[in-house]
Design a protein around this ligand. Structure first.
Ligand SMILES: Nc1ncnc2c1ncn2[C@@H]1O[C@H](COP(=O)(O)OP(=O)(O)OP(=O)(O)O)[C@@H](O)[C@H]1O
Length: 750
């Protein structure tokens, strides 16, 4: 027992000793730390002015560094641009579509500069004036906010001091400031909206000029596969880019200005050191946030692509509703649409999920972390003053207002003003932080719109990018020597001829690179009509696409009259949006029709030829507007297209199976009238009844060969009948042979 007590006593004595030693060490450590801190504060107080100057110099240096970096970025951009423009051969790298996704890099600034030069046409432009007005209003608003902060402090100070008159006077001034403040806010919002509309207008006009100039819209969809859903890009992405750009100026310029002005004010009242501390914290947390931010630019660009795909699937459903409905194809279409929608929704969900985490982080940093840092910065000079030995030394300008005044009212006024400035300053920095996300999103829209512009520029210059999978590609890859130089890299000649149409050694190559005909030659003169026949997919319509300037001429020479003299009538005629009259005179307008001296009565006569006079009354007159695609039958549409030909009376008419849905007698009337009008016909048709209207025949064999010869309808009919007879006899012989074999087998069995 005694032994146990002794050992317990011993243990306690040892523990006490250890505790005492530890306490002494901690005490010594704390004491040393306090002494060190006090010494530091004293050194600081002694050299406060040079320290402050060094901090200001450091801030200026950092700003100069940033500025220098920006200038370097812009200069390198300019240099790169000039190098690219001198290199005319390829697509400009400034706008080369990249598939890696939008990022805040040189390419983004290149692209943005390119788009800004379109949306803001010049220094003397209306847009520039709006931006200037916007800036002036922003400056005015910021100074108004500083004045409001000071007034707030004065009002609360008057309240604390129980000075009724000053309080009421403060309230009156407060209300007086409300008028310009609210007006400025509304004007800023108004200017932002107007700017966005102006940006969109300029960009849309620019794109329309290229897209709808010539056949660019055709080439973008058929000869080039870089841009999918040009409609989505023009109608949606340009709007989003314009809104984003206009909002960005507002969202970036305002907080930058606010942060600058508020920080200068804070530096005056709290001291440069506190401000420096806050800036270091803010810079570090901004860098961290940037590193943790999801790639919003890429995500937005991808979202727009998926939106386009989804939109396109619906547009196709509307366009082909009848065919799909008759096929009962809704299940298949539902699958396609649902697949595209699922992809879109999955992507949007991913963005939303990433946004939640990023917003949490953003809120934590901006609202709480920066708020706490601000309060610490406010408190630091006050607490530093209370350190032993520092009271006398630390009475700098930084704490002058708070320290020199023992008056509660003054302290309250300074506190309220500083707190308001601090809150506004941190709010401004927060908005700058949020605008990082907006810039990255803008990068996404910028990339999409620049891709469109680049493709339009290339297509206008005749440079197409399409994956070649056909025979041309295979030939040029396998053995270039086998057929000379790469066929699709060559260019033929197009020569305008007043009267005739002639192909001299022209290859027919599809956009996929399939060589349909190696070298096609034929000659058509006015009044000598040409019939074109051949199996499906052999290149009959393709020849017309080359004649119409839609497909490039890869070799030889094409001689043809101007496009105004060549009229195309397809199997499924195009019916534009508009009145019944518009269907007949397309692409003329009513003004063009009046200029030609054509009247509605003459249009009625034309309809008489195609036996469609009754349609005017049936559809509610010339000015009736309908969805003509659905309102007219297949035969009606073909007759309207033929009537259109008679209205325009061109030199040549390309008739691509355009009478397949009309009866023989109407077809005869149409062809007879066309030849009477002196229109030279180039017809694709398998109908024997049409041979009599043609003088030449271009016959494709479907194996890359063709024959161009005179057409003698009677001789041809006799030949065809003889051929059919022989074929019939051959079939009969085969039947007899089979029967004979059967009989032989039966005989052998017995
Ligand atoms: N825009 C295009 N992009 C890629 N290939 C195309 C395009 N248009 C046509 N082709 C291809 O070119 C080939 C020839 O087509 P074309 O329309 O000239 O045939 P066709 O002789 O008129 O046939 P049909 O008698 O069936 O109308 C086809 O294999 C077709 O797939």
């Amino acid at each position: 027992m005694v032994a146990a007590l002794n050992s317990d006593l011993f243990a306690r004595t040892v523990t006490d000793k250890i505790n005492n030693a530890l306490y002494r060490q901690v005490y010594n450590f704390r004491h040393k730390q306090l002494a060190l801190l006090t010494r530091l504060v004293l050194i600081y107080a002694r050299y406060q002015k040079p320290i402050q100057r060094s901090i200001v110099a450091l801030i200026c240096l950092a700003l100069a560094e940033r500025l220098h970096k920006m200038v370097r970025l812009v200069t390198s951009t300019t240099e790169r641009k000039s190098t690219n423009s001198s290199n005319k051969g390829g697509a400009s790298a400034a706008g080369t579509p990249r598939r890696g996704g939008a990022q805040l890099d040189k390419q983004f600034f290149d692209n943005l500069r390119r788009l800004v030069s379109i949306v803001v046409p010049g220094v003397a432009s209306q847009e520039c004036a709006m931006l200037a007005a916007h800036t002036v209003l922003l400056v005015f608003r910021t100074f108004l906010s500083v004045a409001v902060a000071a007034l707030d402090g004065q009002i609360v100070s008057a309240l604390v001091r129980l000075q009724g008159r000053e309080f009421l006077w403060g309230i009156a001034r407060w209300m007086g400031m409300a008028v310009p403040a609210t007006l400025t806010n509304s004007l800023l919002t108004y200017l932002q909206s107007i700017l966005a509309i102006k940006f969109r207008q300029n960009l849309t006009e620019h794109v329309h000029k290229k897209y709808l100039g010539g056949n660019t819209y055709y080439a973008v969809g058929n000869l080039d596969d870089r841009v999918r859903n040009a409609d989505q890009l023009i109608a949606v992405d340009i709007r989003k880019f314009s809104d984003s750009l206009a909002a960005l100026y507002f969202n970036l310029a305002k907080p930058t200005l606010d942060a600058l002005v508020y920080n200068v004010q804070l530096a005056r009242s709290l001291g440069v050191e506190s401000l420096f501390g806050i800036m270091v914290i803010i810079q570090a947390s901004m860098a961290m946030m940037r590193a943790l931010a999801p790639p919003f630019g890429q995500l937005v660009a991808q979202e727009q692509r998926l939106e386009g795909d989804f939109h396109f699937a619906h547009a196709r459903l509307i366009e082909h509703a009848e065919e799909i409905a008759l096929f009962r194809g809704h299940e298949a279409e539902k699958l396609t649409i649902a697949h595209r929608y699922t992809r879109l929704v999955r992507h949007v969900n991913r963005i939303v999920r990433l946004n939640v985490f990023y917003s949490m982080l953003e809120d934590f940093v901006v609202k709480y972390f920066w708020g706490a840092a601000g309060l610490v910065a406010c408190a630091a000079p006050v607490f530093a003053k209370r350190l032993p030995g520092a009271t006398a030394a630390v009475a700098p300008a930084a704490t002058a207002a708070a320290a020199s005044s023992g008056d509660l009212g003054s302290r309250t006024r300074d506190f309220i003003t500083n707190r308001r400035l601090l809150l506004s300053g941190s709010d401004a920095l927060g908005r700058m932080m949020y605008s990082y996300k907006e810039i990255v999103e803008l990068a996404g829209y910028t990339e999409r719109v620049t891709d469109l512009l680049t493709v339009l520029d290339d297509v206008v210059e005749g440079q197409y990018t399409k994956t070649k999978v056909g025979t041309a590609a295979a030939l040029s890859e396998k053995s270039p020597a086998a057929r000379g130089p790469d066929i699709v890299s060559q260019r033929g000649r197009v020569v305008e001829s007043p009267d005739d149409v002639e192909f001299i050694g022209v290859p027919i190559v599809s956009p996929n690179g399939d060589v349909l005909i190696n070298s096609l030659s034929f000659h058509v003169t006015p009044g000598r009509h040409l019939l074109i026949v051949g199996p499906n997919g052999c290149g009959k319509s393709s020849m017309f696409r080359i004649l119409g300037g839609l497909w490039p001429v890869y070799g030889g020479t094409v001689r043809k009259p101007s496009m105004r003299q060549i009229f195309y009538i397809p199997q499924r005629p195009y019916l534009p949006i508009g009145t019944l009259r518009d269907q007949l005179i397309y692409p003329d307008t009513v003004a063009d029709m009046a200029a030609r001296g054509t009247t509605d009565a003459q249009l009625l006569d034309i309809l008489e030829v195609v036996q469609l006079r009754h349609v005017v009354e049936r559809e509610g007159g010339w000015d009736a507007v309908k969805l003509w695609k659905d309102a007219l039958s297949g035969g009606d549409k073909q007759r309207i297209a033929m009537a259109r030909l008679f209205y325009h009376r061109p030199q040549y008419a390309i008739m691509d199976e355009c009478t397949s849905a009309v009866s023989m007698d109407i077809e005869r009337a149409m062809y007879t009238h066309a030849t009477e009008l002196g229109i030279t016909l180039m017809t694709v048709s398998h109908r024997q009844s049409l041979w009599q209207y043609h003088n030449y025949i271009l016959q494709y064999d479907g194996q890359g060969g063709y024959m161009f010869s005179k057409l003698d309808p009677e001789r041809r009919i006799a030949l065809v009948e003889e051929k059919q007879n022989i074929e019939q006899q051959l079939a009969d012989i085969k039947d007899l042979e089979a029967r004979l074999q059967d009989l032989e087998m039966q005989a052998a069995a017995y």
